[in-house]
Design a protein around this ligand. Structure first.
Ligand code: G
Ligand code: G
Ligand code: MN
Length: 524
């Protein structure tokens, strides 16, 4: 992973981690705020309708009471006193009177009939209730009243009264209207007539029209409806309020995630740095795993296996750092370090055991560089019997580019040093490589050894490998041998050598020399 890529991932992660949840949250908040404000508008409209309904109820009840009087004269003294009493006791009725020739000829008001002209009827309900919506009286100039007439008796109602509800939102508009003709009965503030139409086919409507949240309700008992509009900005302000704490919170969360992502990216990017420092501080060492002759049980050689102990005491497995070293071009320096260590160990080892050998692992990168040849040449020069004492192992993965890899191996062989193909069968090299490359040894991967004497589907593959290897005249070393049965089967199939925990685990140079001396003493 490159630094640019990591930065890009971090940026994308931060943008994603902050903006996506924030956008979702703000969108939800917008919905909730709108719902909340709309609910309030509906509540206001219902309150206006309740007051309108109460007005209608009071008018109906009052006129019923007056008509219950049995006197012949509609303007009898007993009726007039009843009118005054009802006027005084009902909360929404301003006055009550009798209608004759378009005027109140007697009423709870003390004015003469000439001053109580009602004017033309604006609407008549199916039940015969006549409604006048804009009645003006000379004694109350500038005020318009609603007059509801039933069976020649009429109630004068103050239009603003049902609309006069308290709302914390300023700038609300209200109206009550008749569903006979969908004309307003009373309005307060800018109300659009078309809003009334929204309840022609239903009981209640709520919607946004321009800058307004609108709620419209229709009475189930009277031919009336009510409208309230609340400026949309109340909902927007609520969202802005949420956004004011949500955005900083999301930014903090995003920065936290960014820090985490960058930290993770750094720690991955940092491994090459740590590897370089490990090379400088000699944190690598080598363990040797003996190679055993399957016929004689003699230890004939050993594979050098790198180990890394961090200053913290932590052991790093080659499986984790070798791939990183290969990716970042540090593997050649690591191979070089192994060669240095082996060179240093060689004198002590080969002085006492001159026909013993040590195998060094070469990585695919090493196989594609001619510097490797120079390196092997240099160590070979220090060894009295290099062609006996030294061997290199190249993993199958190394033959991606068989021409170049082949050249490097050919030059190493030209020095008289044996070459092994490691982990054979686990990579993707083809059998044709085996013929074209000049090899001495084939190392059978542990994966195949594990299948010996099992009923696994691939348990025969190992014997195809041994047959082919014999055909090519290669010496075989089986890896990861753990049981005597595996060792016996391998020996019976002509495999000459083996490594594995059955014989010995990887060990230090001193342990190896001690063990070799001990075995020679016993054999003697
Ligand atoms: O030693 P084991 O002990 O865990 O080795 C794990 C893997 O690391 C094996 O595939 C082995 O071949 C590889 N390995 C061990 N030492 C070296 C080394 O010095 N160079 C390279 N390239 N691979 C090594
Ligand atoms: O790929 P290469 O052969 O270089 O790696 C050998 C690896 O196998 C090392 O990690 C070594 O410690 C491990 N190893 C060697 N012998 C045995 C064995 O008998 N059993 C198991 N499980 N691992 C082994
Ligand atoms: Mn190996």
């Amino acid at each position: 992973m490159t630094k640019n890529k990591a930065t890009l991932i971090a940026i994308v992660a931060v943008i994603g981690a902050t903006t996506i949840p924030m956008a979702i949250a703000l969108n939800r908040a917008r919905h909730y705020a709108l719902d909340w404000e709309t609910d309030r508008a509906v509540m206001y409209a219902r309150e206006i309708l309740r007051r309108t309904d109460t007005t209608a109820e009071q008018v109906g009840a009052a006129i019923r009471k007056i008509r219950a009087d049995t006197s012949a004269d509609p303007c009898s003294a007993s009726r007039l006193s009843l009118m005054r009493k009802l006027d005084l006791t009902s909360t929404y009725i301003q006055a009550i009177g009798h209608v004759a020739n378009g005027r109140l000829d007697c009423s709870s008001l003390g004015f003469p009939p000439e001053q109580l002209n009602l004017g033309p009827v604006d609407a008549t309900t199916p039940r015969g209730v006549k409604v006048r919506t804009n009645v003006e009286f000379p004694f109350a100039k500038g005020q318009k009243f609603l007059v509801v007439e039933i069976h020649d008796y009429a109630a004068v109602v103050h239009k603003a009264l049902p609309l006069d509800i308290a709302t914390p939102e300023r700038g609300t508009a209200r109206a009550s209207f008749a569903t006979v003709d969908y004309n307003p009965l009373g309005t307060s503030g800018p109300v659009t007539r078309s809003w009334f139409d929204s309840v022609r086919t239903k009981q209640e409507a709520r919607f946004v029209d321009g800058d307004n949240i609108v709620a419209v309700v229709r009475s189930t008992r009277f031919p009336t409806g009510a409208v309230v509009s609340v400026p949309l900005r109340y909902a927007t302000e609520r969202v802005n309020m949420i956004a004011r704490w949500l955005i900083p919170l999301a930014l903090v969360a995003g920065l936290g995630i960014a820090a985490a992502v960058i930290f993770l990216a750094r720690s991955r990017l940092g491994l090459p740095g740590i590897l370089k420092s490990a090379l400088r501080h000699n944190e690598f060492f080598v363990l040797y795993q003996p190679v055993v002759d399957l016929k004689t049980n003699k230890w004939v050689g050993a594979e050098a296996l790198i180990r890394w102990r961090r200053p913290t005491g932590e052991m790093m497995r080659p499986d984790t750092f070798i791939p990183v070293a290969e990716e970042t071009g540090l593997i050649q320096r690591i191979t070089h370090r192994v060669v240095e260590i082996v060179e240093c160990d060689a004198r002590k080892l080969f002085a006492a055991h001159p026909s013993f050998h040590v195998a060094i692992n070469l990585s695919p990168v090493d196989l594609h560089s001619h510097e490797t040849v120079a390196m092997v040449k240099k160590i070979a020069a220090t060894l009295p019997r290099a062609s006996v004492n030294l061997m290199v192992e190249a993993t199958e993965r190394g033959f991606v580019n068989p021409e170049i890899a082949g050249d490097v191996l050919k030059e190493i062989r030209a020095l008289g040093i044996r070459v092994a193909i490691d982990d054979f069968g686990t990579g993707y090299s083809s059998l044709s490589h085996l013929q074209s490359l000049h090899l001495d040894v084939l190392k059978i991967a542990k994966a195949f050894v594990d299948t010996i004497d099992t009923d696994s589907a691939t348990s025969q593959v190992v014997w195809h490998i041994t047959d082919m290897s014999k055909g090519l005249g290669l010496t075989m070393v089986a890896e990861g041998v753990e049981t005597q049965e595996q060792a016996n089967s391998l020996r019976d199939h002509g495999v000459q050598f083996a490594q594995g925990w059955l014989f010995a685990k990887p060990m230090t140079l001193d342990e190896l020399i001690t063990a070799l001396n001990e075995r020679e003493r016993k054999a003697a």
